[in-house]
Design a protein around this ligand. Structure first.
Ligand SMILES: Nc1ncnc2c1ncn2[C@@H]1O[C@H](COP(=O)(O)OP(=O)(O)O)[C@@H](O)[C@H]1O
Ligand SMILES: CC(=O)N[C@@H](CCC(=O)OP(=O)(O)O)C(=O)O
Length: 292
């Protein structure tokens, strides 16, 4: 917290930001890698709880890719990724649901509450929060044609039950969402956590979407940080191979969220202590802003 006050200079300087965001929703995607370090976990919990106590409404969507990998390894299940999405067969889905909803979600809720929060854990199945259909992943072939590839129980969110989130917000609770969705037949879907954060932010018309990750932000091919990119530039950056792997769903979901009415979208370095507060309460920002 001391660091925050130093960076924001004084609390007085934070006041305009507090006024600007009071009563507004900020959706924060908490990445799997940023959960590995105790100091980062604590700084994240303190940031989110401080926002809530200032009358701002944070909604947390967590990932858990590394934790899923670890458990899959123990079960001897090998998984592969297509453009940042895990190919998910039935056995993998069972592990994904167990790890995300049973382990990671409760872990995040637990330490938020330990630090004084009123966090409530949800998966997309609770109250039909995240209704899904099967996602067919677009893969560009060598001839330039786009093929739709079936990658198993991977979901695309077709509807967010925002009423459930708003009910919790009005009750001063802090929603913490695991990226597992439900299909029309009650089947479970594995959803990329960035995609969930973008859809939730879009449905809530959030003031800000912040995706915490394990790099400084979006980088160019020389490895330099791009502090801001226009959403119109995103397709070319993916096509020319600048943005690859797990960064693809991140930038794509920022673009979709902005188009759905989210005011600002940021990809932020989750390895920096108090990254959330630095992003919200200073003009410097940390990471990359995707701009309309
Ligand atoms: N242009 C790019 N700039 C930064 N990172 C990129 C870029 N293209 C691909 N990446 C990769 O995307 C990764 C972030 O995605 P991912 O591993 O899914 O993160 P998280 O676990 O935080 O969701 C980075 O660690 C990096 O390896
Ligand atoms: C479909 C898909 O890829 N789902 C992700 C869900 C977890 C996630 O997104 O976690 P991170 O944000 O930590 O990467 C997965 O199975 O890893």
């Amino acid at each position: 917290m001391q660091k925050l006050i130093e960076k924001a200079t004084t609390l007085m300087e934070a006041l305009p930001y507090i006024r600007r965001f009071a009563g507004k929703t900020i959706v924060i995607k908490y990445g799997g890698h940023a959960m590995a370090d105790e100091a980062l976990k604590e700084s994240f919990a303190l940031d989110v709880i401080l926002l809530k106590s200032l009358g701002i409404n944070p909604v947390v969507v967590h990932g858990g890719g590394p934790q899923i990998n670890e458990t899959l390894k123990r079960y001897g299940i090998v998984s592969e990724f297509v453009r940042g999405m895990r190919v998910t067969d039935a056995a993998t889905m069972a592990v994904v649901e167990m790890v995300l909803t049973g382990q990671v979600n409760k872990d995040v809720v637990g330490y938020l509450n330990q630090h004084g929060g009123r966090a409530v854990g949800l998966s997309g199945k609770d109250g039909n929060l995240l209704l899904c259909k099967k996602l067919l992943q677009e893969v560009k072939q060598e001839d330039g044609c786009v093929e739709l590839v079936d990658i198993g129980y991977v979901g695309d969110v077709v509807k967010v039950n925002q009423e459930l989130i708003q009910t919790l917000e009005h009750g001063k609770f802090l929603p913490v969402i695991a990226p597992v969705g439900v299909g029309e037949q009650g089947e479970s879907y594995n959803i990329n956590a960035d995609l969930v954060a973008g859809k939730v932010a879009g449905a809530l018309k959030a003031e800000k979407l912040i995706l915490l990750t394990d790099v400084a932000g979006v980088k160019n091919q020389a490895g330099e940080l791009l502090t801001s990119i226009s959403l119109d530039d995103v397709p070319a950056l993916i096509d020319n191979g600048t943005i690859t792997g797990g960064m693809i769903p991140k930038v794509t979901c920022c673009v979709d969220a902005l188009r759905e009415g989210v005011k600002k979208a940021h990809i932020v370095d989750g390895r920096v202590l108090h990254a959330v507060l630095l992003e919200i309460f200073t003009d410097v920002g940390v990471g990359t802003e995707i701009q309309k």
